[in-house]
Design a binder for this molecule. Sequence first.
Ligand code: B12
Length: 416
Amino acid sequence: MKMILFTVALWGLLWAVNGAHTLPWSECSIPTEKQALVDDLQDVMESSVTPSSFPNPSILIAMNLVGTQNAEAQKLLTKTIMSIDSTDLTVGQLALNIMALTSSCQDPGNRLSLLKRKMENWVSSSPQDPYSVFYGPSLGLLALCQKNQEGTLDLAVGFAKMLLANVSPFNVDTGALATLALTCVSNMIPEDLDDEYSEFFGHVLTNIVENLSRRIEDNGLIGGLYSTGLAMQALSVQPVEKWNCGKTIERVLKEIEQNQFANPMSIAQILPSLKGKTYLDVPRITCSIDQEVRQTLQRQPGSLWTSDSDITVTYTINNQLRGVELIFNETEVVSVRKGSFLLAVLEEAQRKNPKFKFESRMTSWGLYITSINNIHEVENHRTYWQFLSGKTPLDQGVGSYIPYNNEHITANFTQY
Ligand code: B12
């Protein structure tokens, strides 16, 4: 009897040990059976690169970090980004272009000195500035640091002091990029200056990383679906015990299966993390002439699908901001094809009622709405058109979000 009990216990123990070992999400990597899903995602991103598409440096960085499957797209995008005139670019755009060219082993030329000058002149005008004003300058600092630009350490000190003084609500995407930039800077401190600087940057990094870890959700996401990619990069260079990377990957893969990553820019921000890469790897990329190119079928993103049936959407445009003379609150009920993007609702409302006239500009995330009923956003006033479903802000723009039947969408002129 004792022998039987012992055997059962031993089997139980062996099963537990073995079971724990084969738990699919115990490690931070993509399980073999999900690899094709991630490769398909990369295909969608790479197929979005055409001669007429928006030249998006984040896509080139992602392609080069994970190894492109489409050498033609990589060449085309490198060439297009090479030919962009840098004069009117923002700090963030300039930095992304420099990182993109570096990732393609191209010399960024005078873009670097231009960026350095812009960074030297950049200041956060008040501690009340929205935290996201540091998004572009974080990219700027990262690009200068990766290129070992003289003076980067001093720039980083000024940047970090402004960031520490900021009192606005934390923004995960911005915190993630600041983490990457300051990690790069911390790694470049010369030995003779090490103690003082390391202590200071260590202090700032601890502060940001604490904020990031507070935004880890029970479902594995970090600050919402579309912040998770950049946040994962940050937490992989500044690890925290609380973060279960496997759980995050599991959740992200589920969202990919549900087609939540149809926008190529959203793919560009998640793909490096899924393949264990971060923006800090950009200077380490080696460009081989004969890149191995995997042949794949071209797939259409599922969100382009529309059906024969219609849905009804209630669409309200609202401007109650003080200081703007024209106050209005207008509602239209419109019918669009089921599966259409929100953009179709805006177009239909505009067709029915001229007050719903809107304007947009193309960006790396797609169409961004700049004005409705002739009320234009003003960057210096931090005004913009925010989109909500009921009372909840949408987590995607009008060119990606697919409304459901009887949904109430509001465009609200507000401040950030
Ligand atoms: C700053 C910021 C804003 C600012 C932009 C103004 C400004 N001058 O800074 C404000 C607060 C106005 C804003 C608004 C919105 N934003 Co925003 N924004 C960002 C943030 C934090 C940084 C963007 C940036 O500076 N990039 C760096 C520069 C170098 O690149 P860029 O291409 O030149 O940047 C421009 C575009 O990104 C554009 N932009 C900003 N947000 C959005 C959103 C959409 C859908 C589009 C098409 C363009 C766009 O404005 C930037 C400055 O000109 C990103 C975070 C991220 N991970 O990218 C979120 C982000 C892009 N925004 C997002 C969203 C959802 C929105 C809104 C739709 C929210 C809402 N409910 O209304 C609105 C846009 C509505 C509209 N009018 O069309 C999501 C997009 C996710 C997705 N899958 O589509 C992101 C990724 C945040 C997140 N993690 O969820 N945003």
